[in-house]
Design a protein around this ligand. Structure first.
Ligand code: SF4
Length: 368
C-alpha cells in the first residue's frame, strides 16, 4: 500500500511518535552497528523510562516503546554517540551486508557506511529526505540489495553498480558516497509528495538513462548460529523472537563486550569472539530466549506491533503469531493488525487480523 503524505511522520529519537502505549522512540543505527556500551545504554533507558524491551526493526534500527521521559532518553542516547546530528537523525537510514568484513563478500563495506553516514549528516539539504528513504550497501553476497532500499550499490566481482529500489540499473559506480548523495539530492528535487523512489513513475527523472533492471531476490532469514569468521574468530547469529529483545537479555549481550550488528531481519550478530567466549555466550544466551538454531520456526514468523501498542490494530498480533508458531511450514508468515501491513517482508504470507481470526492479505508471493 503506497501512502503519500505532505509531512514526514516517521519517528526518531527527537521527533517521536505518540503510540497507543506512549511515546515511541526510534534510534537509527547506520549499518546496524552498535557497541556493547551503546546496547547497555539502550537497555538502561528502556528499563528506566520505557517498556523494558528493545524492538529491532526491519531496517536494522532499535525502537523503544512507552517512553515516559523523551528528553532524558534523548540525552542518554546522544551521550552514547547514537545521535550525532539532531537535524539528520531520521535520515541516517543505511542498511549494509551485516557480515561484511568478517565473513565472505567481495569487499569490506564497513568503511563506506561511516563515510556515507558522515556525508548525509554534512549535507543540509538531506535533512528533508524523509525518514522512510534508505540506502543500501551490499558487499556482493546479495543479502541487502533484495530489500529494495531506495538507492544503493551492489559490489560485483568486477565493480560496483547502482541499485534503485532493489533493482540492478547496470550503471557502474566508482565514487560510492558522492553518487548516492547525488541521487538522494535529485530525489528531493523531483519527489513531489513521494517519500520513496519506488513511488516514482520513471527512474529517468532521477538519473538520465536509469532503467529499472532485474530485481535482486529478497532474503527472508537472518544468518543464525555459530558463524566462523575469515580471521578465525566467531560471530554468533541470534534470532530474536518477533524482534522483541527484553532489556534484561540485552544486558547479558552487552556484558560480552563484543561488537554488535542489528540485522534487517530483526536479529543480532555478536562479533569477533574467541571460540571459548562464543561457546560460553551461547550457553548463557540460548536459555534466555535468543535463537541460534537456523531451523527454528521463530525464523519464519514476524508481526507488526498490534495491540496494545497500536490503536489501529484489532488484535494482539504478536501473541497470536507466537501461538501460531508452526515447525512444519517453510513459508514465512507476517501477522499484522490492519491493512497497512507495517514491516511486511518482501516475500512470504501476510496475514491480517479481522477481529475473528486472520485472512491472507498476501499469499506466498515475492513482490516485484
Ligand atoms: S499494521 Fe496496522 S496495526 Fe500493525 S503496526 Fe501497522 S498500523 Fe498498527
Amino acid at each position: 500500500m503506497v501512502r503519500s503524505r505532505d509531512t514526514d511522520a516517521c519517528p526518531g529519537a527527537l521527533q517521536v511518535h505518540q503510540a497507543a502505549d506512549g511515546a515511541l522512540v526510534r534510534v537509527r543505527l547506520p549499518g546496524g552497528v552498535l557497541t556493547a556500551a551503546q546496547l547497555a545504554t539502550l537497555a538502561r533507558v528502556a528499563t528506566g523510562f520505557g517498556s523494558a524491551t528493545l524492538e529491532l526493526t526491519s531496517r536494522g534500527n532499535v525502537q523503544l516503546r512507552g517512553v515516559t521521559d523523551v528528553a532524558t532518553v534523548a540525552e542518554a542516547i546522544a551521550k552514547a554517540d547514537l545521535l550525532p546530528s539532531p537535524t539528520h537523525e531520521r535520515v541516517r537510514n543505511i542498511v549494509a551486508s551485516p557480515l561484511s568484513g568478517r565473513v565472505g563478500g567481495n569487499t569490506d563495506i564497513r568503511g563506506w557506511v561511516d563515510e556515507l553516514d558522515a556525508a548525509i549528516c554534512a549535507e543540509p539539504r538531506l535533512a528533508d529526505l524523509g525518514g522512510r528513504f534508505w540506502f543500501s550497501l551490499d558487499d556482493g553476497r546479495a543479502d541487502v540489495s533484495g530489500l529494495a532500499a531506495d538507492v544503493g550499490v551492489h559490489v560485483f566481482d568486477d565493480g560496483c553498480v547502482l541499485t534503485l529500489a532493489g533493482r540492478d540499473t547496470g550503471i557502474p559506480v566508482s565514487d560510492i558516497t558522492a553518487t548516492l548523495v547525488r541521487v538522494a539530492l535529485r530525489f528531493i528535487e523531483i519527489r513531489g509528495k513521494h517519500w520513496r523512489i519506488t513511488e516514482l513513475a520513471d527512474f529517468g527523472d532521477l538519473l538520465p538513462g536509469a532503467q529499472p533492471g532485474a530485481a535482486f531476490p529478497p532474503v527472508a532469514t537472518p544468518p543464525v548460529g555459530w558463524i566462523p569468521q575469515d580471521d578465525g574468530r566467531v560471530t554468533l547469529g541470534a534470532a530474536v523472537p518477533l524482534g522483541v529483545l527484553p532489556a534484561r537479555v540485552a544486558d547479558y549481550v552487552a556484558a560480552i563486550e563484543a561488537p554488535l550488528v542489528i540485522t534487517p531481519w530483526r536479529s543480532l550478530l555478536i562479533c569477533d569472539l574467541d571460540e571459548a567466549v562464543a561457546d560460553a555466550a551461547l550457553r548463557v544466551l540460548a536459555p534466555l530466549g535468543l535463537v541460534f538454531d537456523e531451523t527454528s520456526p521463530w525464523l519464519r514468523v514476524s508481526a507488526c506491533t498490534g495491540r496494545p501498542g497500536c490503536a489501529h490494530s484489532v488484535a494482539d498480533v504478536r501473541a497470536d503469531a507466537a501461538d501460531a508458531l508452526d515447525a512444519d511450514t517453510a513459508v514465512h508468515r507476517h501477522f499484522v493488525g490492519c491493512e497497512r501491513a507495517c514491516g511486511s517482508p518482501l516475500s512470504g504470507e501476510v496475514l491480517v487480523a479481522t477481529g475473528a481470526g486472520y485472512r491472507a492479505l498476501r499469499n506466498n508471493d515475492v513482490l516485484g
